[in-house]
Design a protein around this ligand. Structure first.
Ligand SMILES: Cc1cc2nc3c(=O)[nH]c(=O)nc-3n(C[C@H](O)[C@H](O)[C@H](O)COP(=O)(O)O)c2cc1C
Length: 184
């Protein structure tokens, strides 16, 4: 029985996204107390402060889904050493109007996969900086920088490499305990 809803935010819109596959594999590793709400970010308008007083329905949906969640999980690629614009757009939307951010105090896990050797480390650092400003606590350790080489998942959608799989399971166990602790 699910007790904690986690808002899952994937920073890639790509059809065959590694980060989407990583997110799906991670969701399968979670215990039954956690349910995941896939947060849609591909249909949001470009953020414009003029619209703060009359947000689009997609923006209202975004904020409602985050507000209803007890935790956040960001799984994002690195674009030009930062986070993708679509992800920043979503973060900005749900942070406004000023004083009415939906993100505040929601505990967040941060991870990502990229084909570059740094494994999204620089994007994650930027993301952590943004989240710190938004008063979102982030799980510091272990850091998860996935360098995609020979295929991330097997045909069943599970993490292919046994060591990576065990590492991610340990991450999930720690994340769950942390979310529960902050929810007390
Ligand atoms: C606009 C753009 C910028 C990118 N910049 C980086 C980068 O800074 N570091 C990196 O490791 N990979 C970079 N890549 C390659 C991504 O790691 C690769 O496209 C990856 O598959 C994206 O994740 P996804 O499969 O979840 O879409 C970039 C790709 C694009 C399209």
């Amino acid at each position: 029985m699910s007790q904690y809803q986690i808002a899952l935010v994937v920073g890639s819109l790509r059809r065959d996204s590694f980060n989407r596959k990583l997110a799906n594999a991670l969701v399968a590793m979670a215990p039954p107390e956690l349910s995941f709400k896939d947060i849609r970010i591909d249909d949001l308008p470009l953020y414009n402060q003029d619209d703060d007083s009359s947000p689009a329905d997609q923006v209202k949906r975004l904020k409602a889904e985050i507000t209803a969640s007890q935790g956040l999980l960001f799984v994002t690629p690195e674009y030009n050493r930062s986070i993708p614009g679509v992800l920043k757009n979503a973060i900005d939307h749900a942070s406004r109007p000023y004083g009415q951010s939906a993100w505040e105090a929601k505990p967040a896990g941060v991870m990502g996969a990229s084909v570059g050797a740094p494994g999204t480390s620089m994007a994650q650092q930027h993301l952590r900086n943004i989240l710190a400003y938004l008063d979102v606590p982030t799980l510091g350790q272990p850091e998860v920088f996935i360098h995609v080489k020979d295929g991330l998942v097997d045909e069943g959608g599970n993490i292919a490499n046994a060591d990576t799989k065990a590492f991610l399971q340990a991450w999930m166990n720690r994340y769950v305990a942390w979310v529960k602790k902050l929810a007390e």
